[in-house]
Ligand binder design. Structure first.
Ligand SMILES: NC(=O)C1=CN([C@@H]2O[C@H](COP(=O)(O)OP(=O)(O)OC[C@H]3O[C@@H](n4cnc5c(N)ncnc54)[C@H](O)[C@@H]3O)[C@@H](O)[C@H]2O)C=CC1
Ligand SMILES: O=C(O)CCC(=O)C(=O)O
Length: 527
């Protein structure tokens, strides 16, 4: 990264995981965490910051955004950006990005938890036992098996709920005017065009639509009147979609058996009419509150915000060009940047050629992968910001001839990107949802390593005792090895050792190791 003239400051106003904060601090940003700012305090400090990271509690109003004169990006560590005035940000030229798949599994699982808890009166039964009672007859619940579940909103979370409900043996029907019949049929959901046709069919109803003008009080007295007696409703989407007062009336009348509600109309709030019902299972916006979702959200939003500050491609910008980039491509952006940076360090100069070959779902946007790889290559040579818009011009300016192609051979991985710069090769794959890039081949030596900030790479003859020599010298020099991977290449008597080290090894140390093991090549790599 080029030296900065002033401290770039990031304000985080809702708690994200420490791992996310560490990513930003490692890049040299000043990170302030202020989790209890009042709206007025936020307005007052807004001009001081280059970037903001929020979850759902902070209101990034038009006024705050206008005050944030130095803001270059706003990151939402979650899915929904309805607490950010996105139009105001767009008008100010500020990209807003999110992590759209970070918490969807958690939200879907919370939906199932609420559905089961409501159907079996788990909270009330639990409370009674805590009070010393043993009232088995008081709690007679309902099975999910062979019941009809109506899902309103068949997007990311609605789709995951459909899969889970089918595993419980439920019949699943749905209403979503924007869902294609083929998606519904893939999900095993009978799709209806009219909400009023669906309501009388359902034993259970779950809501997964955004809160918009169209969906506000989408479930009001008129809709409750169309539902089956004894229906169970779940809302983990947004408050206000269900009219709480109407639902309370139908619960009081015994027409609604129970409900599970994660999102109240005004948040934070305990003054809902639902609070008086034991069979109203209420949680304080916990859909995304799992270790796993928060790790994905915090780590990935930190990476995206850093990208935005460095002028690199931000895969999940919702108000500008990179909108709607599939997660399968998005997670390869930092991976390609990292490999580009490694290739530039292996080659020692800007390469004359840079070829990208991608296989699997990541091949869905070769332009983005190429721009990211070039960004990594050029970050070592004075140009930090490469986007899809300026990639061609940047390549021409630096004399890099680029090409990219998709391949049908993903070598057994879900997706893989192989890149070659002047004949030097690196292949990377990014399994799972934590976006951890694994190098699976360097210079055609096969291995599996997640590179750290500092690493050492040696090529040497495969003879007994070599690893011991390396370890001894690094130990003597006070350099701790955190991980080690050995790469082999068919028919080659040399091996490649890749060592992640906890601090940068000075050149004299690298030379000392090289001499001791007779290395034919040695590199010290910094990411
Ligand atoms: N409880 C929590 O912590 C969390 C809640 N959420 C909420 O869950 C909801 C769903 O999120 P995603 O599945 O990621 O969104 P998504 O955008 O993938 O899906 C929303 C679906 O609703 C459909 N839809 C829009 N208007 C509709 C209408 N009038 N009638 C029926 N369908 C309509 C859309 O076509 C789309 O398929 C959002 O409201 C989001 O804010 C998301 C994450 C965590
Ligand atoms: O934990 C959060 O930030 C809220 C999650 C949420 O509601 C969302 O991502 O839309």
């Amino acid at each position: 990264m080029p030296a900065r003239e002033y401290a770039v400051k990031i304000l985080i106003t809702d708690k994200i995981v420490d791992e996310g904060i560490a990513i930003l601090e490692k890049k040299g940003y000043t990170v302030d965490t202020r989790y209890d700012l009042t709206p007025d305090e936020l307005l007052a400090v807004a001009p001081d910051y280059d970037a903001f990271i929020v979850r759902s509690a902070t209101q990034m109003t038009a006024e705050v955004i206008a005050a944030a004169k130095n803001c270059k990006i706003i990151g939402r560590a979650g899915v929904t950006c309805d607490n950010i005035d996105v139009d105001a940000a767009t008008a100010c030229g500020i990209p807003v990005c999110n992590v759209p798949t970070s918490n969807i599994v958690s939200a879907a699982e919370h939906t199932m938890a609420l559905m089961l808890a409501a159907a079996r009166e788990v909270p009330a039964a639990n409370a009674s036992v805590h009070e010393g009672a043993w009232r088995r007859d008081a709690f007679m619940g309902h099975e999910l098996f062979e019941k009809t579940l109506a899902i309103f909103g068949l997007g990311r979370i609605g789709g995951l709920v459909a899969e889970r409900a089918r595993a419980f043996g439920m019949r699943v029907v749905g209403y979503d005017p924007y869902c294609s019949p083929s998606r519904a049929s893939q999900l095993g959901v009978a799709l209806y065009d009219d909400m009023s046709e669906v309501l009388p069919l359902a034993d259970f109803i779950t809501v997964h639509v955004p809160r918009t003008e169209e969906t506000y009080h989408m479930f009001a007295a008129e809709q409750f009147a169309m539902m089956k007696d004894g229906v169970v409703l779940v809302n983990t989407a947004r408050g206000g979609i269900i009219d709480e007062a109407a639902m309370a009336d139908f619960m009081a009348a015994g027409r609604v058996f129970a409900c599970g509600v994660d999102m109240l109309e005004s948040e934070p709030a305990a003054d809902t009419p639902l609070a008086e019902f034991d069979r109203a299972v209420l949680t304080p916006h916990l859909g995304a509150n799992t270790e796993e979702a928060q790790m994905r959200a915090g780590v990935n939003i930190a990476r995206y915000v850093a990208n935005g500050l460095e002028g690199l491609v931000v895969p999940t910008v919702i108000n500008m060009v990179a909108d709607d980039l599939a997660d399968s491509v998005a997670k390869y952006i930092p991976a390609c940047q990292m490999c580009g940076s490694m290739l530039a360090q292996l080659g020692g100069d800007v390469p004359k050629t840079l070829s990208i070959m991608a296989a699997g779902p990541c091949a869905g946007d070769l332009q983005v992968l190429s721009a990211s790889a070039l960004g990594g290559v050029l970050s070592r040579h004075g140009q930090a910001s490469v986007s899809t818009e300026n990639a061609d011009a940047s390549a021409r300016r630096h004399g890099v001839k680029m090409d990219a192609c998709a391949s049908a051979d993903s070598r057994g991985y879900d997706s893989i990107v192989s890149m070659e710069a002047d004949g030097l090769e690196i292949s990377v794959t990014v399994p799972g949802s934590l976006h951890e890039a694994h190098i699976v081949s360097i210079l055609r030596y096969r291995l599996d390593v997640v590179p750290a900030d500092h690493s050492l790479v040696f090529l040497y003859a495969d003879e007994p005792g070599q690893i011991g020599r390396i370890g001894t010298i690094l130990g003597e020099e006070g350099i701790n090895i955190s991980t080690m991977a050995i790469g082999k290449r068919a028919g080659c008597h040399e091996v490649l050792v890749f060592l992640n080290v906890e601090s940068e090894a000075p050149k004299e140390v690298v030379d000392r190791v090289s001499d001791a093991i007779g290395a034919t090549r040695a590199w010290s790599i910094r990411l």
